[in-house]
Design a protein around this ligand. Sequence first.
Ligand code: GLA
Length: 372
Amino acid sequence: MPVRTMKQLISLSILFLITLLFYSCDRDDPPAVITRPSNITEYNQVSEGLKDYYTQPEYFDMGVAIPASFVDNTIKAGLIKRHFNSITSENDMKWSSLQPVEGTFNYTNADKIVSFAVENGLKVRGHCLIWHNQSPSWIFSDGASSASKELVLQRLRTHITAVMTHFKGKVYAWDVVNEAIDDGTATYRASKWYTTCGEDYILEAFRAARAADPAALLIYNDYTAIDPVKRDKIYNLLVKLKEEDLVDGVGLQGHWNISYPSNPLINDAFSKYSSLGLEIQITEMDVSVYTSNSVPETEYTAETEEQLAIAYGRFFISFRLFRDPITSVTFWGLADDRTWLDNFPVTGRKNYPLLFDTNLNPKKAYFEIIDF
Ligand code: GLA
């Protein structure tokens, strides 16, 4: 063999070896196998939870709203750690909990939830700074008279600044204003906030929040935010807030039921809100098994289980479709043993709106939403 050809052969072999070495070193480790159980037996054999299927940055955080007492309940705390990477306080960060008396702040329960989150690497969504419910009446009084707009706005600023400063660096997002839009023909809900301050209270709340913690994600939160009439009113408010760079996202509560809303309604709302360049968060999801107030209490039958699974499956199809703007999905409650829907809108009518049953076991709806 001529020397030239010999050299070429050697060079080619070296090149081949280098290429082989390069590829074998550069290849990622094979992706960890994610097991997707489809029944309770399989579920009990694996350790993955919701957050492992809806991984960031491709999908969104999975969150749950809890009372402080869950932190001390080993079984519930374990379930939370398995499934969620975000947490919301159900009631302990509301005004009446944090500042029941003017100037007297009580952070005990809220701090307990936040410490649990910090210790276990969960993010915290703050809920909520300004709302017409669970707000003490002293905000709107001045001795025996009604407080002036100036006094109310000053109290609003003081509250927001104190609370956000207290949780700075631990709470990454805040529902700054909750449920300010009217359900009827008016633009704004005729709350004490509105009748005293007009829409200025909304803008002032967001201004105070931005100043108190510039790193926090500021959210406007509301229910029925997919209804076209209400959606457009929310949209207009968001536009106004965006003009001053005061808002980063919109929170859709997601208190839905097994037949409402439709996917087109959800998708249209997601498209409209995300066209503003805002993040979308589902902040209070639960799915009632009742489609109206007049439906009588039912047992949790196999048919109900199936209908709930279909509904959850359908809602999560929209969530996955809009996974870019959606950054978080929070359930309003951990399991069916404790849900506000047992007493709303009908007192004492047992409901089954969550992914885990009264024994904390996953329901069909759970297996449905992780099957994608
Ligand atoms: C609204 C509020 C929540 C909670 C629910 C009912 O959606 O935003 O904080 O109070 O009502 O539990």
